[in-house]
Design a protein. Structure first.
Length: 268
């Protein structure tokens, strides 16, 4: 079951990591090579600001080992707009603009809505309909990150589940936090790492996240996390296993690689 759980960080080029994650004097051009062998996934955030060239995607793929996966944060031009339903061209330009170069390294695509974007059923439904479901014959997986409290409603859960799109869970106190599973995978972005803790999160908290990840992967819901709707306890004999992606993002960013490695060690 633990092979379905991937754990990582956001990006791989961050100067403080050269003091506590990368080996001394490790070449910056080889940081992805190293990081992808310590972690099982990385969320690429640079694509949020600007899509990269197909040759860049191909190079990133070539520097990572078999079994590794990237998540990609979709460009803000797709999601930071008054009418989401108008994003069709920017969505297609991004998805069909070179992502096929990732091949089997391509994991979920993250679509992050801005904090001011409230839930409007028709607009959100139209946006989800625009998301391509396949690329070169391979299925695509999409994840929606909502940051407005109006999404904390049964109507959104029904829509997301009907359209089979996952919703980000975050432990950030700044944004809506709910663990209702709405898609075929679980995607968590953890934002509470602390600089005074070597592993970012305390050992007891990492133990708890290990248990939660395993519960998610088994097809059930952790009962100790906030939910909008009914919690699915699940039957291990009947529940369908899920892929789980957990990323340590922002907060005490210098500690996030250590947090990810500590969680991977517990899962192993």
């Amino acid at each position: 079951m633990n092979t379905r759980i991937r754990v990582g960080i956001g990006g791989w080029n961050y100067a403080p990591w050269r003091n506590n994650f990368y080996p001394p004097k490790w070449p910056q051009r080889r940081e992805l090579e190293f990081a992808s062998r310590q972690l099982t996934a990385i969320e690429i955030n640079s694509t949020y600001y600007s899509p990269q060239k197909p040759a860049t995607y191909a190079r990133w793929r070539s520097e990572t080992p078999d079994g590794f996966m990237f998540s990609l944060k979709a460009p803000r031009f797709c999601t930071e707009r008054r009418v989401l339903a108008d994003a069709g061209k920017t969505i297609d330009d991004f998805v069909f603009g070179g992502l096929a170069e990732f091949g089997d390294r391509l994991g979920p695509i993250l679509w992050q809505l801005p904090p001011h974007k409230a839930f409007e059923r028709s607009d959100v439904a139209a946006f989800i309909d625009l998301l391509p479901r396949a690329l070169d014959g391979l299925p695509l997986r999409h994840v929606l990150e909502v940051r407005h409290a109006s999404f904390l409603c049964a109507e959104y859960l029904e829509l997301a589940r009907r359209q089979r799109i996952a919703t980000v869970f975050t432990d950030s106190p700044k944004y809506p936090s709910f663990a209702d599973v709405t898609g075929d995978l679980v995607y968590a972005r953890l934002m509470r790492s602390e600089s005074q803790i070597d592993t970012g999160y305390a050992a007891k908290d990492l133990d708890v996240w290990t248990q939660r990840a395993q519960i998610w992967a088994a097809g059930a819901d952790p009962t100790d996390l906030p939910h909008v709707g009914e919690i699915v306890i699940g039957d291990a004999a009947k529940s369908a296993p899920r892929d789980v992606f957990i990323y340590f993002i922002s907060a005490a960013k210098e500690r996030n690689p250590a947090a990810a490695k500590a969680l991977i060690e517990r899962l192993d």
